[in-house]
Design a binder for this molecule. Structure first.
Ligand code: ZN
Length: 240
């Protein structure tokens, strides 16, 4: 089975379409949370994921947009965007977001937004944090998002190594435990403004990362029209 792995779409439809096109053909879509927040097209993104029958988990922005957690934990720009997003959501869109669990197991893979031990909030930025999470999932492999930075943490000699992928990097899943982050679709933060995603092939047992250009200026214009914060508009072209 070929699975499109996406995370942190953040209401950016153009970026989502670009990544899905680049990952075709695939049999399934697994999304790792933060479908909404920041971007200008939250409902259209949810409809697109519904039409792709995407399975996945709930992120902190998703939970805040449906009123499940307080926005007190967000910085000003993120809170403004979440509150705007909440006002856009239809009842059906809110229901879809709320139906996604915080963690989910699909075969050999555990899905979580931040980390398996703290799905809504922990950022897996380091090999040591990844290692501290190995006891929190029972499958060989774990898939996360939240940092908007593509990476894999792989068990090696009793520790964990960090693998930083580029466009086209292929990781073989060889039985050693691995935590994979496909990178952020809708708001990349590793200095490369191109949308990020990955293709999981459960037959070949490989993960292949892709970086994909999209219509950044059009998304920025839609954000301006929506009155979203300038800082969020600027960071799309900075990729940070
Ligand atoms: Zn996010």
């Amino acid at each position: 089975m070929r699975v499109a792995l996406i995370s942190d779409v953040h209401g950016n439809l153009s970026a989502l379409e670009a990544v899905l096109s680049a990952l075709e053909p695939f049999d399934a879509v697994w999304q790792l949370g933060d479908v909404v927040g920041y971007g200008p097209e939250p409902v259209a993104v949810i409809r697109r994921l519904q039409s792709a029958a995407a399975a996945g988990v709930r992120g902190n922005h998703d939970a805040a947009a449906i009123g499940e957690i307080s926005t007190d934990w967000f910085n000003d720009a993120a809170r403004t965007a979440v509150e705007w997003t909440a006002g856009q959501l239809t009842p059906a869109a809110s229901e879809w977001l709320g139906a996604n669990p915080q963690t989910k197991v699909e075969g050999d893979f555990t899905l979580a937004h931040g980390s398996p031990r703290d799905p809504l909030w922990e950022y897996l930025f380091s090999a040591s944090l990844a290692r501290a999470n190995l006891g929190a999932f029972a499958t060989p492999y774990c898939l996360v998002g939240h940092t908007h930075v593509p990476v894999a943490f792989r068990e090696v000699d009793g520790g964990m190594e960090a693998i930083v992928p580029r466009d086209g990097t292929i990781l073989e899943l060889d039985g050693r435990r691995v935590i994979v982050n496909p990178g952020g679709v809708g708001q990349p933060r590793d200095g490369d403004p191109r949308a990020s995603g990955a293709l999981l092939d459960t037959g070949a047992m490989t993960v292949t990362w892709r970086r994909v250009p999209y219509q950044i200026a059009a998304t920025q214009q839609a954000m301006r029209t929506a009155g979203l914060p300038q800082r969020l508009i600027d960071r799309l072209e900075q990729g940070f």
